[in-house]
Each structure stands twice: as structure tokens, then as C-alpha cells.
Write a protein that binds this ligand. Structure first.
Ligand SMILES: Nc1nc2c(c(=O)[nH]1)N[C@H]1C(S)=C(S)[C@@H](COP(=O)(O)OP(=O)(O)OC[C@H]3O[C@@H](n4cnc5c(=O)[nH]c(N)nc54)[C@H](O)[C@@H]3O)O[C@H]1N2
Ligand SMILES: Nc1nc2c(c(=O)[nH]1)N[C@H]1C(S)=C(S)[C@@H](COP(=O)(O)OP(=O)(O)OC[C@H]3O[C@@H](n4cnc5c(=O)[nH]c(N)nc54)[C@H](O)[C@@H]3O)O[C@H]1N2
Ligand code: SF4
Ligand SMILES: [Mo]
Length: 756
């Protein structure tokens, strides 16, 4: 018997924003190994341990390969697509007939941002189905940035990104690229770039309650009390004005209100001296002052804030102030500062929201039924979902779609959601695994594995430090000719409109969607469609590229890009670094940058009140690890090697005070619950702060994650209080809430000790 030939496929890793080029070594239908692609023009040989496991994910026996339907005994049975469609019709029809479409909602999760089909087509489910609102982890993530971008620049996804490759001072707040590999900052080999800054004589400063892997590699670590970044940043702004260091450069000409608006901001910041906030933030006043001066006087500098600045009590203020400091110091829309990326393929997610007026902070257009939480950019806190399911009354949620999500582990009060999901009349999920959430579904449609899918990132290029394009064709044909997830999303929209899933005219809807998107980019859709023999995501991608900034515009610009041209370059096409383009980006009502949106500055009163509040003895923050990806890579044996990562980090002084030792099982209690977790003593965390990772808490009955179930960890979101949000964005405050920590069986062991 001759051995099958080894074929090496090039493809881009879809797991995170680093978009690494991979070489997938395949023999027959088996992945032998995955290595870095040194020729990839973007990642140039960078890879992390997760990227090497796409083969394991593909071959995972637990992964769903056919739709499954829940049986009366609670088990799942594999069925044909036709049977699954019929079951959805059977479940959904009565819900909508009896309670209306208001009783239906969807939760759309993180991989959406990374998958070719989902990122481009979820809009059809959301937009066409008539579902009044959806839930997403966006509000446990970047909503404060969306609010700021919407109000300042006129679009919720107009998020400026640090020009990491050309900066000489990089100040990182509330981000740990060593683990995350960059977020809302897509950059190849982000730690390599951070090292390069220092090699060229620059500095990297990390402001974080924890000495993270990034802080360990940085020039300096500035510990800060969780949730106080807004005060720290405001003090920097105060210094900039007081020291005459404000210089916006060319940006001044774009600011609504011009110099008057700049002066007004100075007056707002005036009371916030570094001395005034020192005891709140824990950052010595001299250090704050010096950093402000360093930022102002370094020609190429960028201040970057990420999830630690969003998932906290003053998320919007802190995120806004990051942009403000960059703007005031002339590090905005210039090389080496914060800049607006220019994707070769515009993103589908950036369609204007139909009912959101430009420039007007018209949030709170409606409120959630149970808690009365105000809507912000169409979202309410995701922790509302459980009570909307479990609280009877008109408008109660009776049917739920989940698309690529695991809210039982990822949402605050996820344990309550876990308890609420069985009360639904219908739950339909799109996922590749039966996880802690989808185990409650009636029907699960399996997505294709990453290696069975074509790939070109959509949203991620919107945050990329360089323009570029990379297309990867699928490595394997899906078994049994399964449809892509875009097809299922469209059919589900049909089911909501009362058409049986099997009968819905997917092609017609796809054509219509294409035409709408084409029109939004100045292309005649009907004419453009004549270029194609079939529809679907690749036709859309071609449209995105051809009508994008580098595109051929269907012949108008013959040397321009098309998907076909991109495909000729399996190592990708590099289209250069970011360029100043503020004038093109700003899309506010006045056409100008709104430096200090009143909706945001009004929240300073709340920050003022925080000044007078004593610091709790102990607060909790979260962390990520390079070998996890939110909740869903814990079924990969290679990534689970080594010691238990689901631990509570605590400073030795705090542990000593509580009589706790490394490895003790401790009970962490918050206002919303308690978890038991092993203690890991770590002098790299501030005193008064403890730290857990999220995405753990596997081993639930009925889930099919055999490896994850063997080392389940605990769900930190069982103690994240749903009530606590950044009030003006509704974003969860999973960082910086008060907890207490005690040994498990504490009373028992002490009483033994004292009686002895
Ligand atoms: N306490 C705390 N909670 C947090 C965070 C935190 O820092 N602290 N972080 C938050 C953040 S930033 C995020 S983004 C969320 C993530 O929250 P979620 O998106 O709810 O959770 P994930 O763990 O990313 O789950 C993704 C699911 O998608 C599935 N999946 C993967 N690829 C595909 C695909 O191609 N198609 C389909 N259909 N499914 C797919 C996986 O199997 C997995 O079940 O968690 C949030 N929760
Ligand atoms: N390996 C891996 N990569 C990932 C993910 C993953 O789960 N694993 N998730 C992906 C997703 S969905 C996202 S959104 C990104 C997130 O990417 P990052 O934003 O880089 O997220 P983290 O690594 O969680 O880093 C957040 C940091 O904020 C700090 N922090 C907490 N509270 C505060 C505070 O109040 N102030 C300050 N200054 N700092 C604070 C924490 O200590 C932590 O070091 O990562 C993505 N990449
Ligand atoms: S850093 Fe790792 S997970 Fe992220 S794209 Fe690269 S290989 Fe994939
Ligand atoms: Mo995220």
C-alpha cells in the first residue's frame, strides 16, 4: 500500500485577532500537524499554541457533525437537516402564534466576529426575523468603546487603534496582549512588536492591577485600583492643561466647537488633580504627572485601553478618556498614535442602525421589561436575559436562538441563566459542541469546523494596524455536503416569518441582502450579481473587496482588487500601514469630532461620588490565558496540559491576613453568589485585589465535552453581579466588584484549632 501524499494547506487562524498564517499538514483526511507560515505577509511566522490545535478541534469526536434534536428522555439524537428544520417549525410556530415575535430573542456570541459566514449573515437573522432585540457578549466586552465611538465619531465601530508598529511609547491600560494577543487592535505578533518598541529605545508602560505577562515584559508596571482608571486619566488631562501641554495638531480643525470646546474640557478637568485622586487610584501623584508629561512630549506615543477599562464601573468614562488623552497630546490620527484602520474589505457589521439618529445620544429608547434597564445602542445588559425568560407576564421570552455562544459561562449570573433556559418553549442553537448552554437546546445545528470553512476575516480588519487581505479556502469538504451556517441563519429568519424552514427561498433573500449591501457602497447590486454563478458568503466577500477602498469597482478601476486576485496570494496581500484619515471617518451630525459628548461627561458626577466611597477590602478582577479562548477551547487536550489554571490569585499579604495557604480551596462570595476555587498565591497582584479567569465551570450534565469535563474549573460568572454595570453603557462590571474570601470549611478547622 502506498502512503497517501502529504499536502500542506495555507490558512489563516480564525481564533483571535492576530490572524496568524498557518500551514496545515494533511495526509488523506487527517491533519498531521499545524505549523506557523513564515511566508504569511501579515504574521510572518507568528503562531501561538491555540493555532496548532485546529486539527484537534476538527477531529474532536465530541464535535457535532449532524444536527441533533432533543428527545423526550433529554438525550440528543442525530437527525437530517430536513428533520431538524421540521422540529424548529413545530416548536417555533406555536410560540409566535400565541405570544408574538416579541417572545423570541437571540444571543449571538464571540466567534461570530471571526467566522466567514456568521459575521456576514447574522444580520439577516437579526434584521429580517422581526425579533425586537438581541443579546450579545458585546456588553461584557467593548460596549463603552461603542458608545464613545458613536458619540465622538458618528459610528459605533469607528474605534481608533494604536499604531503599535511605529510608536515609541506604548501605554497599555486594562489589556494583556501576552494572553489575548491583542484586542480591538489586530496586530501580528503583538508581544514581538512590544519588544521591538523597547529595542528601538522606546518604552512600554502597563497600568493594571496585576503584573500580567505583558507587564512583566514592559519597561514599567503601574498598579492601579480596579475601576479607578477614569479618575487617573482625568488627572492626566488636568496635568496636560495645567502644564500647557495640550496640542491637538491637525485634529483641532476637526473638533466640533474648535478651541472653545478644547477649553471647556480643560475646565471640566480642572478639579481632578493627581493629588486629589491619588488615594482612590493608588497611583502616586508624581507618577501620574510624569506619565502625562511623557505622553505629551514623546513624538510617537499611543495610549491604549481595553477590556479592563470597559468591564468596570466607569467603563465609558475611562474608554472615552483614553481617546481624549491621545487627542489632546497630538497622538491621534497620526503615525505612531491612535489611528483608524482601512480594511480592504469593508465590514458587514458596520451598516448604519436604521432607527438610531446620528449624533444624538438617543439611548434609553426603551427599557427591559423586568429590570427596567435602559437600552444603549440596542442592547441591555446580557444578565437581563435570565429574568426575561423566568419572569411571567406579557413579553416573557419563550424562544431563544443562540449562535456561537455560551452565555451560561460568559454572562454575569450565568448560573441563573442555566436555571432559566429549561423554562423556554423553544431553544435553537448553532454551535459545534453541546456545551453548558446548548445542552438546553431543543435543536442544535452544527457549524462547520474551521478547516471545513473558507475564511477571510470580516470585523477584525476593521481593527488591524495594517491594511491587508487574506483568503483561505476550506481544507476539507464538509461531511455529507452540509450547508454553511449562512443558509441556516436565513432559514431561521424565514421560520420567524412563518415560512417552514425547508421552503424558505434562501437564494432570493441572499440576492436581496447582496443588493442592499451593494447599494450602501454605491454599487448597482442587480448588475453586479451578473458577475456570479452562485450566491453565498464568497459572493458577498467579493463585493466587499471590489467595492472597498482598494477594489476594482467591477471594472471601473481595473487594477483594483477582487477576491480572485486575493486568492492568487495564499500568503496574503499587505496593503501598508494605517494612514491619517480622520476626515473620511467622522460621520457625526455636524461632520466634526465631538470631543466631550455631554452624555458621557454627565457621568463625571457619578465618578465624583466614587471619590468619597471607601475602598472595599477585596475586589475581584478577571484574567485570560494564552491557552484558553473564552469558554471553548477547554476540550483540546494539548491546551489543557499543565497545572490547573482556574485558580483565585491573591497577594501573599492578603492570604496571610486570612490564614490562607497556596492550594487551599477557598470560597469567594459576592452579593450574587459564592464559588469554591483553589487559591494561588501571587505577589504579582495588588493587595486588595483577587483574580479569576472566566470561561470555566464545565462538567454539566448533558454537555458533551469529555476533555473539559475532566478538569471543569468553576464559573466565575456565578458571582458576577448582574446589577453592577457601567451605568451609561450598560456594560457589565465583571471587574472591581466586592468579594470576600475564606477557606472552605474555615469555621470547622478553626474551631478544631481553638479547641485543641
Ligand atoms: N467574567 C467575565 N465574563 C466574560 C468576560 C470576562 O472577561 N470576564 N469576557 C467576555 C467576552 S470579551 C466575551 S467575547 C464573551 C464570550 O462569550 P460567548 O461568545 O458567549 O462564549 P464563547 O466561550 O466565546 O463561546 C463561543 C461558542 O461558539 C462556538 N463556536 C465556535 N466557532 C463556531 C462557529 O464557527 N460556528 C458556531 N455556530 N459556533 C461556533 C463554540 O463552540 C462555543 O460554544 O465572554 C464574556 N464574559
Ligand atoms: N488566549 C486568549 N485570547 C483571547 C481571549 C481569550 O479568552 N483567551 N479572548 C478574546 C476576547 S473575546 C477579547 S474581548 C480579548 C480581550 O483582550 P484584553 O483586553 O487584552 O483582555 P485580558 O487579557 O482579559 O486583559 C484585561 C486586563 O485588564 C486588567 N484589569 C481588570 N480590571 C481593571 C481595571 O479596573 N483597570 C485596569 N487598568 N485594568 C484592569 C486585568 O488585570 C487584565 O490584565 O481577548 C481575546 N483574545
Ligand atoms: S495568536 Fe494563536 S489563536 Fe491567535 S490567530 Fe495566532 S495562532 Fe490563532
Ligand atoms: Mo470579547
Amino acid at each position: 500500500m502506498t502512503e497517501l501524499p502529504l499536502i500542506v494547506h495555507k490558512r489563516t487562524c480564525p481564533l483571535c485577532e492576530a490572524m496568524c498564517g498557518l500551514k496545515v499538514h494533511v495526509r488523506g483526511d487527517q491533519v498531521e500537524k499545524i505549523t506557523a507560515d513564515p511566508d504569511d505577509v501579515w504574521s510572518r511566522g507568528h503562531i501561538c499554541p491555540k493555532g496548532t490545535t485546529l486539527g484537534t478541534l476538527h477531529h474532536d469526536p465530541d464535535r457535532l457533525r449532524r444536527p441533533v434534536v432533543k428527545q423526550p428522555d433529554g438525550t440528543f439524537k442525530e437527525v437530517s437537516y430536513a428533520e431538524a428544520y421540521a422540529r424548529v417549525d413545530e416548536l417555533l410556530g406555536p410560540v409566535i402564534a400565541e405570544h408574538g415575535i416579541e417572545a423570541v430573542t437571540a444571543y449571538v456570541g464571540n466567534p461570530l466576529a471571526h467566522a466567514l459566514d456568521l459575521s456576514r449573515y447574522v444580520g439577516i437573522l437579526i434584521g429580517m426575523s422581526g425579533i425586537p432585540m438581541i443579546y450579545s457578549p458585546g456588553v461584557v466586552d467593548q460596549w463603552p468603546k461603542n458608545v464613545g465611538a458613536h458619540l465622538m465619531y458618528g459610528g459605533m465601530w469607528k474605534i481608533p487603534v494604536p499604531d503599535l508598529q511605529r510608536t515609541d511609547l506604548f501605554v497599555v491600560m486594562g489589556a494583556n496582549p501576552q494572553a489575548s494577543q491583542g484586542s480591538l487592535m489586530a496586530c501580528p505578533d503583538v508581544m514581538g512588536e512590544i519588544g521591538a518598541i523597547q529595542k528601538r529605545g522606546g518604552r512600554v508602560v502597563v497600568v493594571d492591577p496585576r503584573r500580567t505577562g505583558t507587564a512583566a515584559k514592559a519597561s514599567e508596571w503601574i498598579p492601579i485600583v480596579p475601576g479607578t482608571d477614569a479618575a487617573f486619566l482625568l488627572a492626566m488631562v488636568q496635568v496636560l492643561y495645567a502644564d500647557g501641554l495640550v496640542d491637538l495638531g491637525h485634529v483641532l480643525g476637526h473638533v466640533e466647537g474648535g478651541q472653545d470646546a478644547v477649553d471647556a474640557l480643560g475646565r471640566l478637568a480642572e478639579p481632578w488633580t493627581p493629588e486629589r485622586v491619588e488615594s482612590l487610584t493608588g497611583v502616586p501623584a508624581e507618577r501620574t504627572r510624569a506619565l502625562a508629561r511623557e505622553l505629551a512630549t514623546t513624538p510617537r506615543a499611543a495610549l491604549y485601553g481595553r477590556i479592563g477599562l470597559c468591564n468596570q464601573e466607569f467603563g465609558t468614562l475611562a474608554s472615552w478618556l483614553v481617546d481624549v488623552v491621545n487627542i489632546l497630546t497630538g497622538h491621534f490620527d497620526v503615525e505612531g498614535g491612535l489611528m483608524f484602520p482601512l480594511p480592504a474589505a469593508w465590514t458587514v457589521s458596520d451598516l448604519p442602525m436604521p432607527d438610531l439618529e446620528k449624533g444624538v445620544p438617543n439611548f434609553g429608547r426603551w427599557r427591559s421589561r423586568v429590570r427596567g434597564a435602559p437600552e444603549v445602542l440596542g442592547h441591555v445588559p446580557v444578565s437581563c436575559l435570565h429574568e426575561e425568560i423566568s419572569t411571567p407576564g406579557k413579553g416573557q421570552i419563550k424562544a431563544l436562538f443562540t449562535v456561537a455562544g455560551n452565555p451560561v459561562l460568559s454572562s454575569p449570573e450565568g448560573d441563573r441563566l442555566d436555571a432559566a433556559l429549561p423554562q423556554l418553549d423553544a431553544m435553537i442553537s448553532l454551535d459545534l459542541w453541546i456545551n453548558e448552554t446548548t445542552r438546553h437546546a431543543d435543536v442544535i445545528f452544527p457549524g462547520l469546523s474551521a478547516l471545513e470553512s473558507d475564511h477571510h476575516d470580516d470585523m477584525i480588519w476593521m481593527f488591524a494596524v495594517r491594511s491587508g487581505a487574506k483568503f483561505s479556502p476550506a481544507v476539507f469538504e464538509p461531511v455529507e455536503d452540509r450547508p454553511g451556517e449562512w443558509d441556516t441563519l436565513i432559514r431561521l429568519a424565514g421560520a420567524c416569518l412563518g415560512t417552514p424552514m425547508a421552503d424558505f427561498d434562501v437564494a432570493a433573500i441572499d440576492d436581496g441582502f447582496f443588493d442592499v449591501l451593494a447599494m450602501a457602497h454605491g454599487i448597482d447590486g442587480e448588475a453586479a450579481r451578473r458577475h456570479y454563478t452562485e450566491g453565498g458568503p464568497l459572493r458577498l466577500l467579493d463585493l466587499q473587496i471590489r467595492s472597498g477602498p482598494f477594489g476594482d469597482r467591477y471594472g471601473e478601476n481595473p487594477d483594483g482588487l477582487t477576491l480572485a486576485k486575493v486568492r492568487e496570494h495564499p500568503d496574503g496581500i499587505d496593503l501598508g500601514p494605517m494612514v491619517p484619515r480622520l476626515a473620511d471617518v467622522i460621520d457625526t451630525e455636524s461632520g466634526r469630532l465631538v470631543l466631550a459628548p455631554p452624555y458621557i461627561t454627565a457621568d463625571l458626577a457619578r465618578l465624583e461620588r466614587r471619590l468619597g466611597r471607601p475602598r472595599p477590602e477585596l475586589v475581584l478582577v478577571n484574567r485570560r490565558h494564552l491557552r484558553s479562548n473564552n469558554s471553548w477551547l477547554h476540550n483540546v487536550p494539548q491546551l489543557m496540559k499543565g497545572s490547573n489554571r482556574c485558580t483565585l490569585l491573591m497577594h501573599p499579604a492578603d492570604a496571610a491576613e486570612r490564614g490562607l495557604a497556596d492550594g487551599d480551596l477557598v470560597c469567594v462570595t459576592s452579593e450574587s453568589g459564592a464559588i469554591e476555587i483553589p487559591l494561588e498565591i501571587d505577589d504579582g497582584i495588588m493587595t486588595g485585589v483577587v483574580c479569576t479567569p472566566h470561561g470555566w465551570g464545565h462538567g454539566a450534565d448533558g454537555a458533551r465535552l469529555s476533555v473539559a469535563g475532566g478538569a471543569p474549573g468553576v464559573n466565575t460568572n456565578a458571582i458576577s453581579p448582574g446589577r453592577l454595570v457601567d451605568e451609561i453603557s450598560g456594560n457589565a462590571m465583571v471587574n472591581g466588584f466586592e468579594v470576600s474570601v475564606a477557606a472552605v470549611g474555615d469555621k470547622f478547622s478553626r474551631s478544631v484549632a481553638t479547641s485543641g
